[in-house]
Design a protein around this ligand. Structure first.
Ligand SMILES: Nc1nc2c(ncn2[C@@H]2O[C@H](COP(=O)(O)OP(=O)(O)OP(=O)(O)O)[C@@H](O)[C@H]2O)c(=O)[nH]1
Ligand SMILES: [Mg+2]
Length: 680
């Protein structure tokens, strides 16, 4: 607020704003003047005065502004003039200081010629030039020489240019040649690329045609293909599911049985088309059952059931890896001092032309247990073999070594026991090549293959060659050896061997056919049996537990658990008074007799009541300290069990009770008591 008294306002130039004036109209003006600080009536006291004063102040303000401007301009001029004079003085002072700080160059005068001397040097130089030009021939000689040099330089440059051009040209030729070659190469590549593509396409089409033909020609085979996977999975599933669940033992498989080293594994390898098992000679090679699921597929591969690695059987290195893996697995099966094991190694082999079936290779039957073997080895092998053969739907591939005397065979006896009518046995005579070499009596061989020599019957008799005794032979080499042998064999030529009975190929086809016949028959039979069993079980359930819906294993387990927990809750609901009552009663039953017999009666022998009391006190104290605590704990524990059983019995008598869990509850109670131990 800028308010002044009149005298101050006249003496000073003040600006009173319109806002100040208007905002103060009608107020009390007895305030202090801002200039002289005296309490006086101030300038404005009504609206009219305010307006006048405002106009007056605006008029005055314009005038004051002009005066102020003029004053400012004058002030600037003084500043400029002042600063110019001051600055000049300051600059000259600085220059003098700078000059003083420079080093002294007086000495240089002695070295640099002065103006007179410079003029003399210049005139001397001019005179020399004139003299040189005047001298006869010197300049022209210099000129000629220089021109010559220039010519030479020009020539050299020209030559260099030419050479460069030539080089450019020849490199152009080279480039063109390289370009041409590259073009040719690309053309050849393209040509061959096209050729490769054409061949690949042709190959694909051929494969397709083959597969389609396979599908068209034999729709049953397609069914079989998917079936074999399904079938093998069912076998695995059942064997994993429950070892007591014997159904899988009734599903067909081809079991390879025979005496040790008769050639069982070799037969399997020939059927699988690859040498997939560890080899050796004269020693027991197969030490645990190996289940091989064979199936047809575009690539020849093998895979263990529990591993994702696929072994390419066309590569020798992978075959070797596979053999090593089989060996490791077999060794891990026969730990703990055992020589053989019943643990199964499961694998799948697929490849073009492989017959679909499930084969199980077994350890060979032995007659003598050597010192290197576990004592029970012979019996263990027999037991494993018999278990597999006892499956009524197993096809027995009975392998007999043709190079040893028939009288030494052990397996044929066992086979005739398990399949007396030969309804599921196929007889295979191996090592026919060796048999022919050692043969003294060919008619004996004929007798074997006619099924007349061994005391066993079979569906078919086959003669094969599945090895050459050489551990590093490839399967291809063995196959060639086999076909060469049979085409040259005297046995075939003389009619001792019938062509349809020879080669592993014929054997494989026959076994596969037999296997699928068996599968078809047994699966239908099994399906019917399952249906019948299921029906019986459902009926039994309904009759036995009419109030309970059918429950599966897991549901049953959960329900039983719930019921047992309920019984425990019931037990905890018994009142302390009740517990006191039953425990006291039980305790008295247990100790009452003892107390009378051992404490009171002996003390009663005395006629003195004082002595009686003393003796009773002493004996009771001793008994209470030493025997009673343990007795009480025993009695308490026993009472607990009895009460639990009583509750179970009580529930049994209820009308809606199902006895399905009664045995389980009792077993749980017994097991809990058995496992119970008191905290020490
Ligand atoms: N010459 C010849 N040797 C064969 C023939 N078949 C198998 N062998 C050889 O006989 C030996 C034993 O063959 P395996 O297939 O291991 O016999 P195995 O019955 O499986 O033996 P174990 O599993 O130990 O009971 C190997 O050295 C084979 O090369 C054959 O037809 N001719
Ligand atoms: Mg073997």
């Amino acid at each position: 607020m800028y308010l002044f008294c009149k005298s101050c306002l006249n003496s000073e130039i003040q600006v009173i704003t319109r806002r100040h004036l208007l905002s103060n109209v009608g107020t009390n003006w007895q305030k202090r003047c801002l200039s002289c600080h005296a309490f006086r009536p101030l300038l404005v006291n009504n609206r009219k005065n305010a307006k006048n004063l405002m106009l007056y102040s605006i008029h005055k303000r314009n005038m004051f502004t002009a005066v102020r401007l003029l004053r400012s301009v004058l002030k600037i001029r003084y500043i400029i003039v002042g600063s110019a004079v001051g600055g000049g003085l300051q600059a000259s002072r600085k220059y003098e200081e700078w000059k003083e700080s420079l080093p002294k160059f007086e000495w240089i005068k002695d070295l640099v010629p002065d103006n007179g001397q410079m003029g003399a040097i210049m005139s001397n130089l001019m005179a020399m030039r004139d003299k040189l030009t005047a001298e006869d021939g010197l300049m022209s000689k210099l000129n000629a020489n220089a021109n010559q040099k220039i010519e030479l330089l020009k020539q050299w440059i020209e030559e260099a240019k030419e050479q460069q051009q030539q080089r450019d040209q020849s490199s152009g030729d080279e480039k063109a040649r390289i370009q041409r070659l590259q073009d040719e190469l690309i053309t050849v590549q393209l040509k061959y690329q096209k050729e490769i593509e054409r061949l690949e396409k042709e190959n694909r089409n051929l494969k397709k045609t083959v597969l389609l033909r396979g599908k068209q020609n034999n729709s049953v085979r397609k069914v079989k293909k998917s079936l074999i996977d399904l079938y093998s999975e069912v076998l695995d599933e059942l064997s994993d599911y429950d070892s007591n669940y014997k159904t899988q033992d009734h599903l067909p498989r081809v079991i390879v049985v025979g005496d040790q080293s008769s050639g069982k594994t070799s037969v399997l390898e020939m059927i699988a088309g690859a040498r997939i098992f560890p080899r050796g000679a004269g020693e027991m090679m197969t030490r645990s059952p190996v289940k091989v699921t064979l199936k047809e597929g575009p690539y020849h591969t093998a895979r263990f059931k529990d591993s994702s690695r696929e072994f390419d059987l066309t590569k020798q290195s992978e075959l070797a890896d596979l053999r090593r893996e089989v060996e490791i697995r077999m060794k891990s099966c026969v730990k703990n001092g055992r020589t053989v094991s019943s643990d199964v190694i499961a694998m799948t082999v697929e490849g073009p032309g492989i017959q679909r079936m499930v084969l199980v290779d077994l350890p060979g039957i032995i007659s003598t247990v050597t010192t290197e073997m576990a004592e029970d080895t012979r019996d263990a092998i027999k037991a494993i073999t018999k278990t597999y053969m006892s499956n009524p739907n197993a096809i027995i591939l009975c392998i007999q070594d043709g190079s040893v005397d028939a009288e030494r065979s052990i397996v044929t006896d066992i086979v005739s026991q398990m399949d007396p009518n030969g309804k599921r046995t196929i007889f295979v005579l191996t090592k026919v090549d060796l048999a022919e070499q050692n043969m003294t009596n060919p008619s004996r061989l004929q007798k074997i293959l006619d099924g007349k020599l061994f005391p066993m019957k079979a569906l078919g008799y086959f003669a094969v060659v599945t090895g050459r005794g050489n551990r590093d032979d490839t399967i291809q080499a063995i196959k060639e050896y086999e076909s060469q042998f049979f085409s040259n064999s005297k046995l075939c030529k003389t009619g001792i061997l019938n062509g349809s009975q020879c080669t592993t190929q014929s054997l494989s086809l026959a076994v596969s056919e037999c296997f699928w016949k068996m599968v078809k028959a047994s699966v239908e039979q099994q399906a019917d049996a399952f249906k019948a069993t299921r029906f019986n079980l459902e009926t039994e359930w309904k009759n036995s537990f009419p109030r309970l819906r059918e429950l599966d294993r897991d549901e049953l387990f959960e329900k039983a658990k719930g019921e047992i927990l309920d019984e425990i809750v019931n037990l905890s609901q018994l009142s302390p008074v009740y517990w006191e009552e039953v425990i006291s009663k039980k305790l008295w039953e247990r100790v009452g007799f003892y107390v009378f017999e051992q404490i009171y009666l002996p003390a009663a022998q005395t006629s003195d009541s004082g002595t009686f009391n003393t003796q009773v006190d002493i004996r009771l104290k001793q008994w209470a300290d030493q025997t009673l605590p343990n007795k009480s704990v025993d009695v308490g524990f026993q009472t607990l069990q009895e009460e639990f059983n009583r509750l179970i019995e009580k529930n049994k008598s209820l009308k809606e009770h199902d006895n399905i869990f009664d045995f389980l509850k009792i077993s749980v109670a017994e097991e809990s008591i058995k496992r119970h131990s008191w905290e020490t």
